[in-house]
Design a protein around this ligand. Structure first.
Ligand code: ADP
Ligand code: UVW
Ligand code: MG
Length: 600
């Protein structure tokens, strides 16, 4: 499937063409237009193994957008299957990527006052694409969607009820970027997202920080509009709302004038005259005081948010820098991180200085022994939009969201040593019934579990043998045994409690007692169809209208040969009032942690 992606930011137009084939995504054409000034802009096009850069005669993003069809014709780029658009403000209505129709376009239009630097250009792109490629699906991917998981304490302004009821609340933006960044960091660290507390720091012309707690956005620095939070190219970030009254009374400014200035004449531009960090850094280096102060404010504000979000998550495992400034300015990264040593974050200055993001590298730049990792990565908004577009299109197919659910009753996986101890040296378990997952089976033999409070008889043994013995029970079983096991992913057995296994030949006291964290097994093919990737966390609805439940924090495990199946334990099944088998459906809004597995 070939997907055209259009990303209109506040200072740049980024375009990508992607071939999507299951989990595989290849970017075959890439264009960037930025530094719009005096009727011109800079451009860079990468296509067919060649790269071309220079000046283009486009005065602004709209003009560059309108030139796209001619640019594609010039490069002899043929038909697409769909167009994916970045839409900055999706408001309350849009929590997942959506195929656009006229009514939705009207709704997005109505959100323009909340994102005046973005939504108009985003919609212009939709209009041009609809005109040039009529009949092609146009998919909107919203900056706001990833933050749908922010709790009310993070999204609610302390203002009169009538205002809140009218929709005044925090939304947050750059969600597509923050989502990718979290995924990429987890991949680089080599741990699942659900084990990580990440602060994503997106510093571009627009800038925001996001607290990603175990895969979910729980807070972000932009608010109802993309003005709140950090200092940006032309936006103020946080100000005292008292300034509206002061400016109105003192200078007779109208609301519209103040708002315009906060969007367009503030931030780096307000402080120094230039909105471009490259220019500001150059001027600061040559001794200009305004630019020096602007850099200090920019870094200080960002550092405060990192500290705040570490507090919001009760800890911090990684800080990830991205966006034009985050990716390219070693000195800004250093200023931001200096002073965070008390939190266990120490930068390696050489690594920071020599960051190279070529080949989609995401280098770690913390010092040896730093408890908190510091990572730099390019963002990949276009790639994410292409994937979301493919998922939205696939979403039209019926039943694509249902997943078979299997209830795992208590069972034991035994090591070779455990079989020897319980059944006699060299004993081979008898395969009595194959399980749904290929290569796995239930044994004819059974075992007894014993704890300080009591015994559980006839516990199933599942083969084949494993390196380590693992005993999976429910919370209710834990009460029967008198042991309180932790909820763990399979294989994570450090520090788990000891239980006695009683076999026909001998007994064995062993650790490895857990309550298995709910999870979904799937394979690369189904994962792509469902928009899932390994390590991702999803929410799944199971059961009927009356007692059905949404099970949050369900981990995706992609294996080459796994059959798609969700595993829950008997307590969970009872809570949702289902018996042995059921169907689950992914809860779309919360499928937001969907991320790319491979890069172009
Ligand atoms: N080498 C660099 N050093 C410092 N700042 C840089 C560098 N390269 C780009 N930037 C800054 O990145 C910002 C633009 O970021 P970008 O993410 O491309 O923008 P947008 O938000 O429009 O997508 C500008 O302030 C630019 O000056
Ligand atoms: C939301 C936002 O500020 O986007 P950008 O950084 O592209 O301006
Ligand atoms: Mg941007």
């Amino acid at each position: 499937m070939r997907i055209l992606v259009i990303n209109c930011g506040s200072s740049s137009l980024k375009v990508g063409i992607f071939e999507i084939d299951g989990p595989q995504a290849t970017e075959t054409f890439k264009a960037t237009y930025d530094r719009f000034e005096q009727g011109r802009c800079s451009y860079k096009i990468v296509y067919g193994g060649k790269s071309d850069a220079g000046d283009a005669p486009y005065a602004d993003i709209s003009t560059a957008l309108m030139a796209l069809p001619a640019i594609f014709a010039e490069h002899e780029i043929g038909a697409f299957n769909a167009v994916g658009h970045r839409i900055v403000h999706g408001g309350e209505r849009f929590r997942i990527s959506t195929i656009l129709d006229a009514k939705m376009i009207d709704t997005i239009e109505s959100l323009t006052p909340l994102a005046p630097l973005h939504n108009p250009a985003n919609l212009l792109a939709v209009r041009i694409a609809t005109e040039v490629w009529p009949g092609l699906p146009q998919v909107a991917v919203f900056d706001t969607a990833f933050h749908a998981t922010n709790p009310p304490r993070a999204t609610t302004y302390a203002v009169p009820k009538a205002w809140r009821e009218a929709g005044l609340r925090r939304f947050g933006f750059h969600g597509t970027s923050h989502k990718y960044v979290a995924f990429r960091a987890a991949e680089e660290i080599g741990e699942p997202l659900r084990d990580l507390r990440i602060v994503s720091v997106h510093l571009g012309n627009g800038a925001s920080v996001c607290a990603i707690n175990r895969g979910e956005s729980i807070d972000t620095s932009m608010g109802m509009t993309p003005i709140e939070g950090l200092v940006m190219g032309t936006r103020s970030g946080d100000v005292d709302p008292g300034l509206f009254g002061f400016l109105a009374r003192q200078f007779g400014l109208a609301i519209g004038q103040i708002e315009h200035a906060l969007y367009n004449e503030s931030g780096l531009k307000g402080l120094t005259g230039s909105s471009d960090m490259r220019t500001v850094e150059d001027r600061a280096a040559s001794g200009e005081a305004d630019s020096q102060l602007a850099i200090e404010i920019f870094a200080y504000r960002t550092r405060k948010y990192i500290g705040a979000y570490a507090a919001a998550m009760g800890g911090l495992d990684a800080v990830v820098f991205t966006g034009g400034i985050g990716e390219n300015s070693a000195s800004m990264r250093r200023r931001i991180c200096d002073g965070l040593e008390f939190m266990g974050l120490r930068l390696d200055h050489d690594r920071n200085q020599s960051v190279d993001l070529g080949g989609h590298a995401a280098p770690q730049i913390q010092a040896y022994g730093s408890r908190v990792r510091v990572i730099v990565t390019e963002t990949a908004e276009q790639l994410m939009i292409a994937r979301e577009t493919a998922v939205a299109l696939a979403g039209k197919a019926p039943a694509m969201d249902t997943i078979p659910v299997a209830v795992s009753a208590r069972h034991v996986h035994l090591s070779r040593g455990a079989v020897d101890a319980l059944f006699g040296a060299g004993y081979q378990l008898t395969q009595s019934a194959p399980l749904r997952q290929p290569g796995q089976w239930a044994a004819a033999e059974r075992l007894t579990l014993e704890g300080p409070k009591g015994q559980i008889d006839r516990v199933a043994i599942l083969g084949p043998e494993r390196k380590r013995t693992q005993i999976e029970i429910s919370r209710t079983d834990g009460f029967a045994l008198g042991i309180d096991p932790p909820v763990r992913d399979s294989g994570k057995l450090e520090g788990t409690p000891i239980v006695r296994l009683i076999g026909p030949v001998g007994n064995l006291d062993t650790d490895g007692l857990i309550i298995a964290a709910r999870h979904i097994h799937t394979n690369p093919h189904d994962a792509a169809r469902l928009g899932l990737t390994d390590g991702m966390i999803v929410d799944v609805h199971i059961g009927d209208e009356e007692r059905g439940l949404v099970f949050g924090k369900t981990m995706i495990r992609v294996g080459p040969d796994s059959l798609t199946e969700m595993h829950i334990d008997t307590d969970e099944a009872n809570a949702a009032d289902i018996r042995f088998q059921a169907e689950g459906s992914l809860v779309p809004g919360l499928r937001a942690v969907a991320v790319a597995t491979d890069e172009p």
